[in-house]
Design a protein around this ligand. Sequence first.
Ligand SMILES: [Zn+2]
Ligand SMILES: [Zn+2]
Length: 209
Amino acid sequence: MTSKPVSNWAVTVRRQDPHTLMDLETESFCQEYLAHKGTVVKPYYWLTESQTCIRCPYHIRTGEEARVPYAEFHQAFGFPYGPTHHQNKHLLFYEVRHFSGKLMQKGHATNCTEYNIHPESMLFEMGGYLDSLVHNWENAAYIILYSNYSPCNEAEHCCISKMYRFLMKYPDITLCLYFSQLYHTEEDLPVAPWNCEALQSLASQWPQV
Ligand SMILES: [Zn+2]
Ligand SMILES: [Zn+2]
């Protein structure tokens, strides 16, 4: 798969959104585009409609478009009846906060079923969304994630490794993680030790994590 040029889309560069962005930087993100169905972030290789993934390419959404229906939220996070097992759906909300604590940007990310990409992997990838965002906003100090699953470190995703690399690149960023259930840590899974170990090692990065 190669990148599809953004000009294929009827897009406008998103300027400032008064609800989500502070007046800290007047520069807009050149990676963020407002398309007819939502915000498309970064000309990604999956910037194309997909037959099998209903969310492609809108996996990262910001501002008002990041709102999800209550039913979807309850189903993903398992409230109020407890987690729904075996669901292959990741829903992750993120917030980026200024060192004063003020909200700079928030949104959500979902996994891609077509290309098997986890939301953490999309967000924390070098050259990915958060990398560009933090690079553009020097005053960003906190990234807070609220997810229905803990991040994994499975070979085809490497979510935690990407988070590590990100934190090393931005030592002034503090990462806070909240999740409602552990992902692939059941004893009978061969990947469980990887995930558990990586999660513990990420947690040991206190106070940065
Ligand atoms: Zn997708
Ligand atoms: Zn993962």
